[in-house]
Write a protein that binds this ligand. Structure first.
Ligand SMILES: [Zn+2]
Ligand SMILES: [Zn+2]
Length: 393
């Protein structure tokens, strides 16, 4: 068994009630993306109490960073916390538990850092669901000198993570001319342009690469049935395996809108209405190390790295800057849906508590391993460099 494993698990066990009380507080007071001021203050306060040097409002208004430097040379290990909730279902994605896991891992690793050297950061990355705190932080260079950035997300399975899709959120706005519904010849329907665009984009699907997802909604479609709408809008998510492909797809969708406007005599403009997310660059070495940690903790049915992209996350941007890990820990049965009230409730259940203990222990051990085994860290970094250089070809 790894030399520090017992000490790390013990540290997390000792603090577990405290971590769970923070998870419960966020559960009871869910804050949506970019509004997580109370959650930020709660987590930053915990790190401060544990002797981290903390900055709040870091890069983005609800971001934070807690740094601890052992004063001895060594790598920088970053644990990522999310803490944004969702409208209607509160912490239905379980980000309150991610925060508890990140703080728990960071505090535990800090407790042995004097012996092993290096630095530990706990980074509060807000607004994962829509505005991508990690994207702003990655663009600001926060992760450029980090040796590994790691987090574990609650789930219905224990897993090593996998590919995520690049995502481009595009809004189309159409401009026509109002007229009385009984004198439509005097107007130009922005709604018709939106409907045709929606239909045209549907025809794109047959010609997309596998693992492409296009989902759109009508945001505005007019105000009254007897008025020809002068304004309509659509909001889309275009997702695919890489950002260049998603941009290519976006260009094709713009052509769809051009055709629709030519047909209806209207005009349109398009814009990026939320934060675009990069795809996730898997680090198989880190994923393999997580598997060993999970096994050592006695976790079963560990899902291997998933090659099939599922969803998108702002950790994609981090994974282009440093080796990154995005694992999963089981806290609910398979019948529990993500983004549901049931998943939110699972974060404060006994399974959620065990999930926090296991995930934080695995991450703390992994961090300690990367610091104490330079050859393992070298392997992680070599893989990262190779993956990025291949992607840039
Ligand atoms: Zn999530
Ligand atoms: Zn989510």
């Amino acid at each position: 068994m790894f030399e520090y494993a017992e000490a790390l698990r013990q540290d997390i066990s000792n603090h577990l009630d405290w971590y769970m009380s923070a998870v419960e507080e966020m559960y009871r007071n869910p804050e949506i993306g970019n509004q997580e001021f109370k959650s930020m203050a709660l987590l930053a306060g915990m790190l401060e109490k544990e002797g981290f040097e903390v900055e709040t409002g870091y890069i983005v208004p609800t971001g934070f960073i807690g740094r601890y430097d052992s004063g001895k040379p060594g790598p920088t290990i970053a644990y990522l916390c999310e803490y944004d909730a969702l409208p209607e279902v509160g912490h239905g994605c379980g980000h309150n538990l991610i925060a508890g896991i990140g703080v728990g891992a960071g505090v535990a690793l800090k407790s042995i850092l004097g012996q092993i050297g290096g630095k530990v950061w706990v980074v509060g990355t807000p607004a994962e669901e829509n505005f991508g705190g990690k994207v702003s932080m990655a663009e600001a260079g926060v992760f450029d000198d980090v040796d590994a950035a790691m987090m574990i997300h609650p789930s219905t399975k224990n897993g090593l993570g996998g590919r995520t899709n690049a995502l481009n959120p595009v809004k189309f706005e159409f401009f026509g001319k109002n007229a009385h519904g009984c004198r439509p010849q005097e107007g130009k329907s922005a709604l018709d342009a939106a409907v045709l665009t929606f239909t045209n984009i549907n025809f794109l699907r047959q010609f997309c690469l596998p693992n492409t997802f296009i989902h759109g909604i009508f945001r505005d479609g007019g105000q009254a049935a007897n008025v020809i709408p002068a304004y309509a809008s659509l909001e889309y998510y275009f997702r695919g395996t890489t950002m260049p492909y998603v941009q290519e797809l976006t260009e094709k969708a713009i052509k769809c809108a051009e055709g629709a406007c030519a047909a209806t005599g209207t005009t349109f403009k398009h814009s990026i209405y939320e934060c675009p997310y990069d795809d996730f660059v898997i680090n198989y070495t880190l994923a393999g190390l997580l598997k060993e940690q999970y096994k050592a903790l006695g976790l079963e049915n560990i899902e291997e790295v998933k090659e099939q992209p599922a969803g998108s996350s702002d950790i994609g941007s981090v994974s282009y800057r440093c080796p990154a890990l995005h694992g999963y820990i089981k806290i609910a049965d398979a019948c529990v849906a993500g983004h549901s009230r049931e998943m939110a409730a699972a974060t404060i259940s006994p399974e959620g508590r065990k999930g926090l203990l296991d995930a934080a222990t695995a991450l703390a051990n992994l961090g300690a391993l990367l610091i104490t085994q330079p050859e393992t860290l070298e392997k992680v970094k070599a893989e990262f460099k190779k993956s990025i250089s291949e992607l840039k070809k």
